[in-house]
Design a protein around this ligand. Structure first.
Ligand code: ATP
Length: 242
């Protein structure tokens, strides 16, 4: 008989609370991500998905709770140390550096690294993964289309060679053909060994590619299950799949 897995989750968030002034945005959230998984967070606008990613990245202070990554308690660490330990974050709204070229944006993604050969090989990997960026390396990032800026934000986060890549709404506002491409790339990134935590409005696509998912509602976890079970759940169908 198979032994139950004794391996701790790669990321374990427990009892996380975040306040904005007097408003409690996350009320004791428990979320975990195992190595190798794609885990998705779905929920309506304002449910707290972005806040959760920002708290994990050290960009938003928490008021209570624990965040463990590979057995280290990181909840009080500064954001740059969290990047160094292996958590990459591609934020909502394609925050690329507009006046800088695509090439320069990618180089910035590797700013915490010193392994020149590794950086060069990851640069080649990014241009293979995102051929649209390869054609536009000398172009100012601000002149890219929305979909291309989204790809650049993802590629820049990957240049830090994260163990866990957190993506906030990567398909938001994109044409359907680009949405397909983004989801294909997310699966490819995962197949190449990167664990993924994905926030998405596009619940159907996200649950289709995810091993597991969480439904957040007003700062709390309402449901947690496999992607397949959530896709078939009546509540999810009614509330999030339209
Ligand atoms: P969306 O998809 O709209 O970004 P979300 O699920 O990511 O939604 P959050 O952006 O995390 O939700 O917001 C959670 C709650 O915290 C909301 O009620 C929001 O109004 C509030 N909030 C978020 N950022 C701030 C802020 N900087 N100041 C005050 N309240 C905030």
């Amino acid at each position: 008989m198979a032994e139950p897995s004794a391996v701790a989750p790669m990321l374990q968030v427990r009892g996380l609370e975040v306040h904005y002034g007097g408003i409690l945005a996350l009320h004791g959230v428990d979320v975990s991500v195992n190595q190798g998984e794609i885990v998705t967070l779905i929920g309506a606008n304002g449910a707290g998905k972005t806040t959760l990613l920002r708290a994990i990245s050290g960009l938003q202070p928490r008021s209570a709770g624990s965040i463990r990554f590979q057995d280290k308690e990181i909840a009080r660490w500064p954001a740059d140390r969290i990047v160094q330990v292996g958590i990459g974050h591609s934020p909502e709204g394609r925050r690329v550096f507009a006046p800088m070229t695509v090439h320069e944006n990618l180089e910035l993604g590797a700013y915490t690294r010193h392994d020149r050969k590794g950086i060069a090989s990851d640069f080649d990997r990014m241009t293979a993964l995102f051929p649209r960026l390869k054609e536009r390396l000398k172009q100012a990032a601000g002149t890219l289309s929305g979909g291309e800026q989204q790809m650049l934000a993802m590629a820049r986060a990957l240049m830090g060679r994260p163990k866990l890549l957190m993506l906030d709404e990567p398909s938001l506002g994109l044409a359907p053909v680009l949405v397909q491409e983004i989801f294909r790339i997310i699966q490819e990134i995962n197949a190449q060994g990167t664990t993924v935590l994905l926030v998405e409005q596009n619940a159907h696509q996200a649950l289709t590619v995810a091993n597991r998912g969480y439904v957040l509602q007003t700062g709390q976890v309402l449901l947690e299950d496999t992607g397949a079970n959530l896709l078939n759940s009546e509540l999810v169908r009614e509330a999030y799949l339209g």
